[in-house]
Every structure is written in structure tokens, then in C-alpha cells.
Write a protein of this length. Structure first.
Length: 508
């Protein structure tokens, strides 16, 4: 690698991997260096995750070889790799929902007492120490299914830190984290680098890579298209290697003349459904005009997602306040009421909340609008086919056919299917919760273009995002949330990163 004479800790040589006769990786060779943050960059479908699964023992059948400290290895499973201190944090969370945080972190390596019994007290104390290091204030005995996806991501990181790894692979580790959690993670990564750990870092966020990475390898269509020192490459150069073309820059929206009010929320509050004496959302009020994009920013736990859930009727027994659409007060006591009022919600976790992975694209697209394509309770398959084909073309979803299983699609295309499902209900108001989380830069650009197009067509759009650059680029106005309350609301012309962060960190 140009500019780096250091010998690699791990080397991949001429790896080829095929599924169903189709090469996912083709003659791939990369080098991973100790004490460095090694960025692996590429669009979804480039082969990054498959390569990492080979290195970490998830896949053991492939052509080529992997060398660890000049020794050929072929890990049969992740436990085998872990013995050689090669550990991976998967993009798709690998946690057991019904187990506690402590049980998940120590699964298979529980501390035992003198009698050989699991030492629950020690396990709880050690878990608390790990969580404190990551600034996650939760009880170690909390079950995973009670945590938000961002908190679950932090638990995955804690689980990996317990391993004392020699090579730590992080696949999109910040996809669900707020800016504050990202800062904490970067501090830990720097500590690991100083200890000589080789950190393999996969991310679609190029700004992160230029801040944290030392060296890079770019992949496209299962092949390596470039490698070198991060200090010697530009953002534009990386993008060309990733996508084989230049992407138009992400530009802030041009202010439009205000149109009529399409959504108004007054004094909306959301009590904690867990029975605790607190509020997940407190006294939020705002208006959204037709054709506008309202961005909502806040750190983890600020109430961003809960605000959208409250508007969408997911927890009616715990929500107070008033919601108006088209100037008419609506009683939204269920998701059906929200849909009838012209509201749609694309959730934060597309795989858990937005899709049925075992079903095909056609079936997922029609899930929220079955009444529109059914006669006497029976689905009209031709109407369903026509509906999915319409959105495949409109949103440029890359599929072989509408019958393709949605679990076989890239993250960006899965997200487009979720959006299609809700656009099929013909909403006036579209609520988007982290719409570009975990998708590549090319798919992000397409999502941004879609948001602008829908707004131009007269839809009112609310976007929750933990990416400040994204908020500033697509929003007409911005709400800042903090500690479950509305800290600020501002026009785009007033909004800067500094102003928004100051509001987000405001004390009660």
C-alpha cells in the first residue's frame, strides 16, 4: 500500500466467494494493519460484509487464503475466530431480545464463582463498568427488547470490547448512534489504536472516515478498486472509486414561499408506557406546511422517535394534546386513524418494524393498503402486481422482479420498499424516522431526491435524523429535541451545526 511500509497483521489474498453460482467476491486482496483504523469502503452490495464474514469465521468455504500474522487461517465459525482474538460487530444486531443486557454481553463467557456457578453479581458489576465507559446509563438487568435500537448498538459495542480483541471489525457501528455517542465511540477507537488493535471500520459516512481512519480499501461489485492512505485521497476520489461516477453534491434546499398548513400539533405529550412517572415527549407544538420538509434533530433519548410514534397513533392511551390535518382536529387512536387522516410513518428499524423479510417485494409493498387492492376480502393479484411495479419504477428499486424476496435486497433498496409501502396509502403527511440509516451514499442521494420530489408534489414531510449534515441539507425548518422536550424551532436560514447542537445540549 502506497505510503505504508508496515507489515500487515492480517492479509487476505485472492479471495473469491460465490452464492448460487454468482460471484459476490472476485479475486479480492486486502491488508489490515495493527494500530491503525482500516476503512473498508463501498456501496451496499460491494462485498464488504461478505468479506468481513470470511475474516471473522461466519463463512469458511471460499477460494483464496487469509493470513493472520503470516499464518494461514481458516476459521470454521466466529467462536474459532474469537480464540485468535478476531471479533466482529455486525451491522445487523446479534442480540437476544429476551435476555438482559448483562446476559447478552457475557453469553458463553459468564464469570463463575468457586462453586462453578454463574456469578451474577460480578457479571452485573462488570457490565456496569463497560456501559459507564460507553456513557450508556441503563440497568444491566434491562432486557434487550426494552431498549431503543441505538442503545442496542451500544450494547453490541460493549460486548465486543469485553473480548480484548487483536482485530476488531466494526460494520456500520454508528448507524444508530447520535453525535454524542459517536464522539464516545471515536474516543474508544483511538484508545484501541494506541494499544495496537487493528480496527476494521466499515461506514457509509465519509466524514467519519476522514476523521477516524488511517488507511482505506475501496470495493465495488465484489472487487477492490483502490487502496491507500486516507491522508492522500479526497472525498471525490473515494466516491469515484465507490460508484464509478461523480455524484452531484448534496445542496441545501432553496426556500419556497409558504403554502397552506397541512399538519399542526399542539401541546403533544407522551407518558412512559412502562409505568414510570416520566414523559417520553413533553408539550411539543409545531406546524408543517404543504410542500415543506421539517427536520427533527436530537441526541439519543431526546424523544425524536417517540414524537413520531405519538403522532401516528401507536400509543393512544398515553398521548395527550391535539393533532390537526388540513385544519381539522383529528382523533388518532390507532394506526388506522392515522392512515385515514393521511399520515404515514416509515419507522427507524426497517427490518424489525418496516418489512416482513420472508415475503417478496410485491407483498411488502401492498401491506398497508390491502383494502385498496382487494375485492370481497380477496386480494386482486393483478392490482397488487401493478402497484408494486409502479413503485419499483418510481423509486428505482433494483430488483429482478416483484416476486424477489425483500431480504435479498440491499439496505437502500429495502428502505425504498418500506417507503413504497407507505406511499401506496396515498398520504398527505410522511413521517420518516432515520430514512438513510445504514445505506450507502448512492442510495442516500436517491432518498434525498425522492424527499425533494415528494415535497414539490405537495406532500408535507417530517424527517427525524441523527445526521446534522442531512438535517441541514434537506430541511426547510428544524425542531431540536432534548430530554423529551422541544428545545428550539428555527427556519433553515437560522440553522447551523453550532446553533442546533447548543440547543440539543441545553440544560433543563
Amino acid at each position: 500500500m502506497e505510503g505504508n511500509s508496515q507489515s500487515p497483521l492480517l492479509e487476505v489474498r485472492h479471495i473469491t466467494k460465490a452464492f448460487s453460482g454468482i460471484n459476490v467476491l472476485e479475486d479480492v486482496s486486502i491488508r489490515i494493519f495493527a494500530g491503525k483504523v482500516n476503512a473498508i469502503i463501498g456501496e451496499n452490495g460491494a462485498g464488504k460484509t461478505t468479506l468481513m464474514k470470511i475474516i471473522s469465521g461466519v463463512y469458511s468455504n471460499y477460494d483464496g487464503e487469509v493470513l493472520l500474522e503470516n499464518r494461514v487461517v481458516n476459521f470454521r465459525n466466529p467462536a474459532d475466530a474469537s480464540k485468535d482474538r478476531v471479533v466482529i460487530i455486525h451491522q445487523e444486531l446479534n442480540l437476544f431480545n429476551d435476555l438482559t443486557v448483562a446476559e447478552n454481553i457475557f453469553l458463553g463467557r459468564e464469570p463463575v464463582d468457586r462453586l462453578g456457578l454463574i456469578d451474577l453479581r460480578k457479571m452485573k458489576i462488570m457490565t456496569k463498568e463497560l456501559l459507564d465507559k460507553l456513557h450508556l446509563s441503563i440497568d444491566p438487568l434491562t432486557r434487550i427488547n426494552q431498549l431503543r435500537i441505538g442503545q442496542q448498538q451500544v450494547v453490541e459495542i460493549a460486548k465486543a470490547l469485553l473480548s480484548e480483541s487483536k482485530i476488531l471489525i466494526m460494520d456500520e457501528p454508528t448507524s444508530a448512534l447520535s453525535e454524542a455517542e459517536v464522539r464516545i465511540l471515536f474516543g474508544i477507537i483511538k484508545e484501541l489504536r494506541e494499544k495496537g488493535v487493528a480496527v476494521v471500520y466499515i461506514s457509509h459516512k465519509l466524514e467519519e472516515l476522514f476523521e477516524i481512519a488511517d488507511v482505506y480499501t475501496v470495493m465495488r461489485d465484489g472487487k477492490v478498486t483502490g487502496a491507500g492512505m486516507m491522508s492522500q485521497i479526497t472525498r471525490e476520489g473515494l466516491i469515484r472509486m465507490m460508484v464509478g461516477r461523480d455524484l452531484k453534491p448534496l445542496m441545501p434546499v432553496t426556500r419556497k414561499e409558504k403554502n397552506r398548513e397541512i399538519l399542526r400539533v399542539e401541546e403533544l405529550s407522551f407518558r412512559n408506557p412502562a409505568g414510570k412517572p416520566d414523559f417520553l415527549v413533553k408539550n411539543v407544538s409545531f406546524t408543517l406546511n404543504q410542500g415543506d420538509v421539517l427536520g427533527i434533530y436530537g441526541l439519543m433519548g431526546s424523544g425524536r422517535t417517540e414524537l413520531l410514534e405519538a403522532i401516528f397513533g401507536l400509543f393512544p392511551d398515553y398521548v395527550t394534546g391535539k393533532i390537526y390535518t388540513d385544519g381539522i382536529e383529528r382523533s388518532i387512536l390507532s394506526v388506522s386513524d392515522a392512515i385515514a387522516a393521511g399520515i404515514a410513518l416509515v419507522p427507524e428499524d426497517r427490518k424489525l418494524q418496516g418489512l416482513i423479510l420472508s415475503m417478496n417485494v410485491k407483498e411488502n409493498t401492498s401491506l398497508a393498503s390491502l383494502g385498496n387492492i382487494s375485492t370481497f376480502g380477496f386480494i386482486d393479484r393483478r392490482k397488487e402486481e401493478s402497484l408494486s411495479s409502479l413503485f419499483i419504477e418510481k423509486l428505482r428499486i433494483h430488483v429482478n422482479s416483484p416476486q424477489m424476496e425483500v431480504q435479498k435486497l440491499s439496505g437502500g433498496n429495502q428502505q425504498k420498499v418500506v417507503i413504497s409501502k407507505w406511499l401506496a396509502t396515498d398520504p398527505k403527511i410522511l413521517l420518516l424516522d432515520e430514512p438513510t440509516r445504514g445505506i450507502d451514499i448512492g442510495a442516500k442521494t436517491e432518498i434525498y431526491d425522492l424527499i425533494r420530489k415528494l415535497a414539490e408534489e405537495g406532500m408535507g414531510i417530517v424527517v427525524v435524523s441523527s445526521d446534522l449534515t442531512e438535517i441541514l441539507a434537506i430541511s426547510d425548518s428544524v425542531i431540536v429535541m432534548g430530554a423529551s422536550a422541544q428545545r428550539a424551532m428555527m427556519e433553515r436560514s437560522e440553522a447551523t451545526e453550532e446553533v442546533i447542537m447548543k440547543a440539543a445540549l441545553m440544560e433543563n
